[in-house]
Design a protein around this ligand. Structure first.
Ligand code: SF4
Length: 251
């Protein structure tokens, strides 16, 4: 017994104590900051090089729901575009993911637009079913990491479950390939009300690199309200965790 206790002590503390304030590497690409001094030519240049049309060629604003965080625009304009390591970039409002030049505002949930039933029913626990709809396993791995010994999201009662019938909502990853459109609908139909929908990652939010592909069918997203958008390519576990905690109104 003494030996086991010694081993436990030698392991130290592995879990992240405060999931809200945990610092991450300076190298992490989180919320971008765009200078208000970009010229028209510079905006056009970075808009043209962006592989996913995430930069508006008129205003220079950047859509985090489209961005794949390749940082090419920042490499081209190092003095005027930089990526902070702020990982709290989830929101329940699609427009909130658009970063405007000259603004350093953080990205947050818009409280009045959170469905009241979510706040009422899921203050203490939330069970989710993950659906990889043409995903490449990157976001799926990060979602799995939220439950590991480091992040331990289960401490807030948030877990992924095997059946949609046991879930309060679904987390969609991937651009929604045509062959996953029907299974996604079947899965959603099996979830009881109020049927939370979370889009995790650029591909799920906008289609990403596959936006115009004939192999995707995103009509599912036109039929239902989205409760949470989690930008990232792939997402960071802390982005997902903080977004869901905000949705549940966990301090
Ligand atoms: S970091 Fe985002 S906005 Fe910039 S070039 Fe890459 S995809 Fe486009």
């Amino acid at each position: 017994m003494l030996k086991e206790l010694k081993i436990l002590k030698s392991h130290g503390t592995q879990y992240v104590k405060n999931l809200r304030t945990q610092p991450v590497s300076e190298l992490f690409r989180g919320r971008p900051v765009i200078s208000g001094n970009l010229t028209t030519e510079e905006v056009k240049e970075i808009a043209a090089l962006c592989p996913v049309n995430a930069i508006d060629e008129k205003s220079g604003s950047m859509d985090l729901g489209r961005c794949v965080f390749c940082k090419e625009c920042a490499f081209r304009q190092p003095g005027k575009i930089r990526f902070t390591n702020d990982y709290r970039i989830a929101s329940n409002v699609r427009e909130a993911l658009i970063i405007k030049p000259g603004h350093e505002d953080t990205v947050r949930l818009e409280e009045p637009r959170v469905r009241p039933e979510i706040r009422k029913l899921f203050k203490n626990a939330l069970k989710l079913r993950q659906v990889s709809a043409g995903g490449d396993n990157a976001n799926e791995m990060e979602l799995a990491a939220t439950g590991n010994v480091n992040f331990d999201f289960g401490r807030y009662g948030v877990e992924f479950v095997a059946s949609p019938r046991h879930a309060d909502g679904i987390v969609i990853t991937g651009p929604i390939s045509r062959n996953m459109a029907e299974p996604l609908q079947i899965c959603y139909d099996a979830v009881p009300f109020p049927k939370i929908i979370i889009l995790a990652g650029t591909d799920a939010i906008s289609g990403g690199m596959f936006t115009d592909s004939p192999a995707v069918d995103r009509s599912f997203l036109d039929r239902y309200p989205i409760d949470l958008y989690i930008p990232g390519n792939p997402i960071h576990p802390l982005t997902f965790i903080n977004g869901v905690l905000d949705l549940m109104n966990k301090l």
